[in-house]
Design a protein around this ligand. Structure first.
Ligand code: GLC
Ligand code: CA
Length: 567
């Protein structure tokens, strides 16, 4: 009997469960540590299933838990069909699936197909094999340039900074779009393609409901004999013909994957992480004949601005109407600065979006940030998000109102995006992503704030105590209780995938929209209170005010949901 046989039937009959799901991202090494070794694990997750159930989410997205040397937080995978022994076992994985399914929560796992780790058996084999061998063909090896091949095949930089080519002992070079421990696969090789189909079936057979596809736009590459220079590459349009990114033929791969997903009931789902040039190009990943859904990171990049939010929502809803997919919303994830922090900082001068990046770079000076305002805005933004049609992807810790931890000593940082950019060639992202990956505080005190019985693998600041689950559980007005209430209401109020802007209520600093069934969400982005319309108050991200003559007012940086009579 597999874990799947024990799953309650409700999980089998809803094929559209993903369309408007609330998905909670777990970064496993920082969620809960079951055995006290400082690293979060599957035991820890299993022990927190009641917490997840109580939170009211529909699905968990689990970031990589595969064997890994952690050169990139687990996105350097040694073996795609196993569990890292520091995190657990396959038996514990099955137990986790059963525990989640038992309370009606689906599971999405991360697949990392653009690159393996340099400890993957194929890469080890490739290094031992000779030039031109089949083993080398599974990756992207080239001879160097210069008189004796001592220069890289091209002057490309990796996404994390530093060179994108690394030399091996016999003189050849391999391509790594990210860290040097992450060699890129050659997706023209049939064994690579076959192996990933095997991986998708392996996890689907174990009851996994869907997949999050890492760097989905990177797999197909077309490198001719003569490689373009970095400058030439960056001048090339990303219209399907770029040698490295978002090539049209990548969708042939996903069409094959789709037929694997459709072997299952309900069909397995997928969401693409695809950084592409235009909304139209993103739509290809979201096609029902491909991965089916794609992340839209627009809100992660936006400032706390009514105009920016409105454009983003309108554009993305229009796109999803074209693809037939549902749209996705994200404010925080394991790659970005937590939104409570971004919104406590001024927007960047002359450069809309990415509010807060400079502050992290500066090490998080306390006089630069208004933490209370940031959190207040983040709560308003989340309540706005949870009223939107489509799926909401939430990142562990945002339900506690956690801030980014900027004050991590350099020698304790783990992110290659930090270690590979000491030359400052990447500017604003130079401190890396460790600050949103600090282990969660579960209790006010004790070793690692209840993360585990040992220490935490990244240092937790003292202020984590006030943001712990223990501090917020049952506390009126806490961020945790706000998320719980909003998620429960969202399930209850969920309706057809559209909205109507309420033009009478919208203004320069106000956005209001109504979902079918009389569900109204109104957000005040400004500082001054605005009048609230009639209706039953369901939830608000901060207390609403009542004037002397009994009228309800929505204060600044606040969202409220109201139920209005359906006309
Ligand atoms: C994706 C992941 C990120 C990782 C990178 C390389 O962008 O979200 O965390 O570093 O891919 O795998
Ligand atoms: Ca552990």
């Amino acid at each position: 009997m597999t874990a799947l046989d024990t799953v309650p039937t409700l999980l089998h009959d809803d094929t559209d469960w993903w369309r408007q799901a609330s998905v909670y991202q777990i970064y496993p090494r920082s969620f809960a540590d079951g055995n006290g070794d400082g690293i979060g694990d599957l035991r820890g997750i299993i022990s927190r299933v009641p917490y997840l159930q109580n939170l009211g989410i529909d699905a968990v997205w689990l970031s990589p838990f595969y064997p890994s040397a952690l050169a990139d937080g687990g996105y350097d995978v040694d073996d795609y069909r196993d569990v890292d022994s520091k995190i657990g076992t396959l038996e514990e994985f099955d137990e986790m699936v059963a525990a989640l399914h038992g309370v009606g929560i689906r599971l999405i796992v991360d697949v990392v197909p653009n690159h393996s780790s340099d400890r993957h058996e194929w890469f080890v084999e490739a290094l031992a094999a000779s030039k031109g061998s089949n083993a080398r063909e599974r990756y992207i090896f080239r001879d160097g340039t210069g008189e004796n091949g001592e220069l890289p095949p091209a002057d490309w930089t990796s996404i994390f900074g530093g060179p994108a080519w690394t030399r091996v002992p016999d003189g050849q070079w391999y391509l790594h779009s990210f860290a040097s421990e992450q060699p890129d696969f050659n997706w023209k090789h049939p064994e690579v393609r076959e192996d990933f189909l095997h991986t998708l079936r392996f996890w689907s057979d174990r009851g996994v409901d869907g997949f999050r596809i890492d760097v989905a736009h990177g797999l197909a590459k077309d490198l001719g004999e003569v490689l373009p220079s970095k400058a030439e590459l960056s001048a090339m349009p990303k219209d399907g013909t770029h040698p490295l990114w978002d090539r049209d033929e990548v969708h042939e791969i996903y069409a094959e994957w789709r037929s694997v997903f459709n072997e299952y009931t309900p069909a397995r789902t997928a969401v693409a992480e695809a950084w592409v040039e235009t909304p139209e190009r993103r739509a290809k990943y979201a096609s029902p004949t491909g991965l089916g859904q794609a992340f839209n990171f627009d809100l992660m990049d936006a400032d706390f601005s009514a105009a920016q939010f409105r454009d983003i929502v309108s554009d993305n809803l229009a796109q999803s109407a074209v693809t037939g997919s549902s749209t996705t919303w994200v404010f925080s994830n394991h790659d970005g600065i937590r939104h409570a922090t971004r919104y406590g900082l001024p927007p960047r001068a002359g450069r809309p979006g990415k509010q807060g990046a400079d502050w992290v770079l500066a090490g998080g000076p306390e006089d630069g940030i208004d933490r209370a305002l940031g959190l207040r805005r983040a709560r308003a933004a989340t309540l706005f998000e949870l009223a939107l049609p489509g799926s909401a992807y939430l990142y562990q810790g945002e339900e506690l109102g956690l801030h980014e931890v900027a004050e991590i000593p350099d020698d304790q940082r783990q992110d290659p995006a930090f270690w590979r950019t000491t030359a400052d060639d990447r500017g604003h992202d130079g401190l890396g992503r460790d600050g949103c990956r600090v282990p969660l505080p579960w209790t006010r005190s004790g070793s690692s704030f209840g993360f585990g019985t040992g220490t935490a693998h990244l240092p937790q600041p003292a202020w984590f105590a006030d943001f712990s689950v223990e501090a917020e559980d049952g506390a009126e007005g806490s961020t945790l209780e706000l998320y719980r209430k909003a998620l429960r209401l969202r399930t209850e109020l969920q309706s057809a995938e559209n909205l109507t802007w309420d033009e009478d209520l919208c203004g320069i600093d106000v956005l209001a929209f109504e979902r079918p069934g009389g569900w109204l969400s109104i957000t005040n982005f400004g500082a001054d209170a605005v009048a609230l319309p009639e209706g039953e108050m369901l939830v608000s991200s901060a207390p609403v005010e009542t004037t002397a003559d009994g009228h309800h007012q929505l204060p600044g940086a606040t969202t409220a949901w109201l139920r209005r009579p359906v006309s």
